[in-house]
Design a protein around this ligand. Structure first.
Ligand code: GAP
Length: 437
């Protein structure tokens, strides 16, 4: 990661990156071969965190509604999709190359567009660099075999608009929703998960009559804000930005970005765009509006969320340090609903078979069967186990001790306060269920 001026904030990013590696959340892609910039591999707890975030999104916006249709479209699509969508012609960033060291930079991110920040060489003229990854489909090598890894999940929904209408006969307004990978050949991937070349999006295309677009734009803005709060993003760090015309994507007539105070600056976290009828018109798709008894082209409001930026904002919102027993401890204050591990179960001593047996059969096994994301932790002393679970962001540590064998109660320790309480083993399931909700 590039060094920035503000050391305290830079330290925070370094702490997060290091915690993510140390505790098995996120690793650099292709690390053993020196790393592939802009790619990340997700470890056990990272996958769990990411899955919980995606599930919270799907639960609220798809399962929780009557007007939403889920899609999981192919990543590879015919090149016509990207020609009609305007991405072949217009999905490009301005790029400059250093005459001396040949390093490439994004021109709009440079303070000095004449001199190379790395070697002092002269920077060349600004060129347009298309960010789509091109590939060939099949054995043929001619241009008709060209395809692209999708740079947004949105087009996978537009090209399935007709299929969705024919299969489900939805009435306006209705939406299509998709979670999946997107790929952009970023000139300068940077800031950990923030600007990657391979990442995930959670997108909604919400189809309305033209006259209703403003109403639904406001509605979806509020929905987005509520979801951010639900998953534990620090709302004091979220700011709305009305994106000026010259900075909007080629398909958008209005865009509002939700920016987040990242340690490297106030930057886009998610966005909402009014895509008008741009995409459906270009794909020559329409809709028979029974209410108006005619064919119309619906207009589109698009709330879009980046999964990886959501993970980063949640990590930054959850990261905390305090002092416990004279030592600085770092911990992640994840909401119980999205924490990768909801509780860890420990026998007080791992060399006492009666404690291990009780903890395993009467506490761990039933909780594991119920919640899945339950950890068994008997490594090191209790203090070490607490520190480890604090860094993973586990809200509750359950300890089986000698009293448990006679009173069938366990100690439950709260991650944030460090407070401990005795809870009956028979009540543990409901105790945790209540905390998740
Ligand atoms: N379909 C609309 C669309 O793709 P976008 O603003 O280009 O709009 C949507 O991207 C979201 O995807 C962003 O708000 C951000 O959260 C995420 N995103 C975009 N580029 C990214 C990148 N290079 N790395 C990580 N996330 C990215």
């Amino acid at each position: 990661m590039k060094k920035e001026k503000n050391t305290e904030e830079n330290n925070l990013m370094e702490k997060i990156v290091s915690l993510c590696k140390r505790r098995g959340f996120i690793f650099q892609g292709s690390e053993i071969y020196g790393g592939l910039a802009g790619t990340f591999d997700w470890g056990h707890f990272g996958v769990a965190l990411k899955n919980n975030i995606k599930q919270a999104w799907w639960k609220r916006f798809v399962d929780g509604r009557r007007d939403m249709y889920g899609v999981d479209a192919a990543i590879l699509m015919r090149q016509e999709v990207w020609q009609k969508s305007g991405h072949v012609a217009g999905f490009a960033d301005p790029m400059v190359e250093c005459d001396k060291c040949k390093k490439k930079f994004r021109a709009d991110q440079l303070e000095d567009t004449k001199k190379c920040a790395d070697c002092g060489g002269k920077l060349g003229a600004v060129m347009k660099f298309n960010m789509m990854f091109a590939t060939k489909v099949g054995a043929s090598d001619d241009s008709s075999a060209t395809s692209y890894l999708r740079p947004e999940t949105a087009q996978g929904m537009f090209v399935n608009f007709k299929n969705t209408v024919d299969a489900f006969h939805p009435r306006l307004p209705f939406g299509m929703a998709q979670i999946g990978k997107a790929f952009r050949n970023e000139i300068t991937p940077r800031d950990f998960l923030f600007r990657a070349r391979e990442f995930e999006q959670m997108e909604i295309e919400y189809f309305t009559r033209e006259g209703d677009w403003e109403k639904y734009f406001e509605y979806w803005k509020d929905e987005m804000l509520e979801w951010m709060e639900e998953v534990g993003i620090d709302m004091a760090k979220v700011h709305e930005l009305e994106v000026p015309k010259e900075d909007r994507a080629h398909y958008s007539s209005r865009t509002v970005d939700f920016e987040f105070d990242f340690p490297f600056g106030k930057k886009e976290l998610f966005g909402i765009a009014y895509r008008t009828d741009f995409d459906l018109k270009n794909h020559e798709l329409d809709y028979v509006d029974e209410e108006e008894s005619k064919k119309i082209t619906p207009h589109v409001i698009e709330p879009t969320f980046g999964v990886d930026r959501a993970v980063l904002a949640i990590l930054l919102s959850a990261y905390a340090e305090d002092e416990k027993e004279g030592e600085v401890r770092s911990f992640l204050k994840f909401k119980p609903s999205i924490a990768p591990v909801i509780c860890a179960v420990s026998p007080l001593l791992k060399n006492k078979p009666e404690l291990v047996e009780y903890a395993n059969t009467k506490v761990y096994a039933p909780l594991k069967a119920e919640f899945g994301r339950v950890a068994w932790d008997d490594n090191g002393n209790i203090g070490k186990r607490y520190r480890r679970q604090d860094e993973i962001g586990t809200p509750f540590c359950i300890v089986v001790d000698f009293d448990t064998l006679t009173d069938n109660s366990v100690t439950v320790r709260d991650r944030d306060t460090g407070k401990q309480e005795r809870v009956k083993v028979a009540d543990l399931r409901n105790y945790i269920k209540e905390k998740i909700n």
